[in-house]
Design a protein around this ligand. Sequence first.
Ligand SMILES: Nc1ncnc2c1ncn2[C@@H]1O[C@H](COP(=O)(O)OP(=O)(O)O)[C@@H](O)[C@H]1O
Ligand SMILES: [Mg+2]
Length: 631
Amino acid sequence: MNGDAASAQTHQFQAEVAELLNLMVHSVYSETDVFLRELISNASDALDKVRYEAIAQPALLAGDERLAIRVRPDAAAKTLTIADNGIGMDRQELIDNLGTVARSGTKAFLKGLKDAKEGLGLIGQFGVGFYAAFMVADRIAVTSRRAGSAETWVWSSAGGAGFEVLPANEAQAARVSRGTEIVLHLKDDASRYLQGYELERVIRTYSDHILFPIELIDDKGEARQVNTASALWQRAKSEVKPEDYTQAYRTLATAFDEPALTLHYKVEGRQSYAVLLFVPTSPPFDLSDPARKGRVKLYVRRVYITDDADLLPSWLRFVRGVVDSEDLPLNLSREMLQNNPQVAQIRNGLTTRVVSELESCAGKDNEAWLKIWNAFGAVLKEGLYEDSERRSQLLALARFATTKGDALRSLKDYVADLRPEQNEIYYLAGESAERLKSNPKLEAARARGIEVLLLTDPIDAFWTMMPQEFEGRKLRSLSQGDVDFGAVPLLDEARDKDGDTPAAADEAAILAAAKESLGDKVSDVRASQRLTDSAACLVASDQGRDRELERLLARANRSGGTKPILELNMRHELVKALGAAQAAGRTAEATDIASLLLDQAHILDGEVPPDPAAFAKRLNAFIVRGLTPAS
Ligand SMILES: Nc1ncnc2c1ncn2[C@@H]1O[C@H](COP(=O)(O)OP(=O)(O)O)[C@@H](O)[C@H]1O
Ligand SMILES: [Mg+2]
């Protein structure tokens, strides 16, 4: 040991790591096996990387070409060693990678833990990467030499107090000529990981699909490969067991759930490639990243190239897995990936295939499809906005809350239940289905038994801006432009409510008076086709942005400031009272009523009236007047 240098080289863990380690060290979690999966997956990543870098710099592999992972228990020393001859880490990489938490899943895990105190059961579900090793070891030494470098460094830590990074001594440097060796000093209760058969069981269970040979070294120093080490996606479907798919999915996607759908196929012809894709059950952590990046890994002839090739459009970014091409050049640069026509062709082929797989799931098993839709529907809807070619397919896949019952419905269901003379598909966008259900804009539709889609994802305000139609029927917003369901017959129970409206001349006078009173607070005042019970509502003009979009933009401080149109229910007593006040020359009263109607309409849309104090004052004045006996 370089004693005197040691204290100077002590580093603190990032706070999140310290928190994580505290959990690991005091772990009573029984499923500790996952630590080996994590270390082997890191070793496999490191081998992928060196193989990729060696395409441009073959010298990196010189003298040590066979890439492998070695697992060696030492019963006497109570250590377990996991070694790879991969890319390795230099001093700074050791400090950065093994001192901070980089992966978003781990951050989410810690956050979830704080919020819910769900405890250690989550470790296996989330995977905490390298730090999982502290579940079974009380001391860890990582000796690493970066490929192409002459320096070997040793990172060591006993958990809580921090870690040290020191130059390797001669013996250590001689052991690691490229890559990384991790020595775990096992805790007493983890001594089963000193037994070969136990290690073999764990490796076969979790890491069989790893592409590189995983060798178990016995006490005579003899190596034996324990995994299949062939690319799962290259195998025939009939040879692959469901649990192999699950493990491959978990490693490829850094996920811990079951795949909801698995696509495994080969394309041969002008281009040949193998595909193994998964639709997860639960949303991956990076799903809401603003970059909206997909994570499908590109391999070329079994060599990992990148997971940054955008092999699927953003609206399929929840799909995870691998594409392994036989034809692409190995030395593909990032720029080449962007413009490569072969990659574009693969991308198109994959997208078509994934969509048709989703369609077949939706057609076969509604319950399974609803689970996928509930997890990823909001992402798929981005495609309605972005991909005009696949718009009608995606609309058919979509499921909506509607005014008809609690089950999510497809547009096919909707169209099958159209009312006589109904030629359009109606929707209303807002924050929650519950809130929307009591929105007055639904009244006239309800009186005619017309079903209305209730759209509550923020993205809904955007894709509905594009012209959308299903089986020749346009989608129309109930809070935008004119709607006219006049031709659709009223339901019987609504018929008697259909009371009298004022004469045309009076109607015009009322609208003019309201418009006069409200000035530029609204762009227009109209008689409503939408309302039967409520007095007023706000809508957007036909050319303007839908009300919900306007609200979203206002919240993001990007309001275009388009004024809404106030619609009045001409049968309503308050509206008639406005007319009476105006006719009798009580202009101030007419103005107060018009303002109340406008404020109400804001409230019914779930908004606060623009001037809440004035609203309360006016309302109170009216109530007091109503309570005071006429003298
Ligand atoms: N055997 C290894 N060889 C090279 N780098 C490694 C090795 N193990 C870990 N690392 C580095 O440490 C980082 C952290 O590993 P980990 O905690 O498992 O998170 P993740 O694998 O999700 O990035 C890795 O991203 C990698 O850069
Ligand atoms: Mg890892």
